[in-house]
Design a protein around this ligand. Sequence first.
Ligand SMILES: CC(C)(COP(=O)(O)OP(=O)(O)OC[C@H]1O[C@@H](n2cnc3c(N)ncnc32)[C@H](O)[C@@H]1OP(=O)(O)O)[C@@H](O)C(=O)NCCC(=O)NCCS
Length: 150
Amino acid sequence: MVSELRIEPVNGDQMILDWQHVHNAIIPNDPLSLADIGERLRRNRLEVAYLAETLVGCTTVRPPSGDTAAATVIVRVLAEHRRRGLGSQLYVRALAQARALGTDEIETIVWASNVDGLRFAEALGFVEVSRYLPPDEEVPYLTLRLTDRG
Ligand SMILES: CC(C)(COP(=O)(O)OP(=O)(O)OC[C@H]1O[C@@H](n2cnc3c(N)ncnc32)[C@H](O)[C@@H]1OP(=O)(O)O)[C@@H](O)C(=O)NCCC(=O)NCCS
């Protein structure tokens, strides 16, 4: 049941492993090591979501940086748990966290193979502003920005 969703800040080794599992299942071409995640934890807000005791998703909220005035919000739900409103619950919470950082400029990043992620972001009012194709890769990462429609 959706009401059982529990979303918690990453804290401790098991939650780091859970966050890693979701991230790497959804973006298999860019697997993150535990060291990578430790480094992100210093800069970003990372959370993990459970339905009762079952791991279902994770989030990243990245503050504005020297590169961009926008905060970045990324929500991820494992494929077998999608289209039940969980992504929306994660998004509402992550968006509030991003806005609390003092910016109204919100972006997200979607690996173009993640068609579900693109449809979800478009439904929320995000539009593509740029794309990046890493060297030797075939699928770009799209940066989308939240418009007034969101
Ligand atoms: C994006 C993601 C988190 C959505 O998770 P979810 O739990 O399926 O999302 P929800 O069930 O809350 O969907 C909310 C609405 O988004 C839209 N949506 C979501 N997936 C969609 C799809 N594949 N096609 C069309 N619309 C879609 C629909 O309007 C949906 O409402 P509905 O189910 O009542 O029609 C999930 O697909 C995912 O992890 N994708 C890969 C990660 C990613 O690319 N994240 C970036 C986006 S921030």
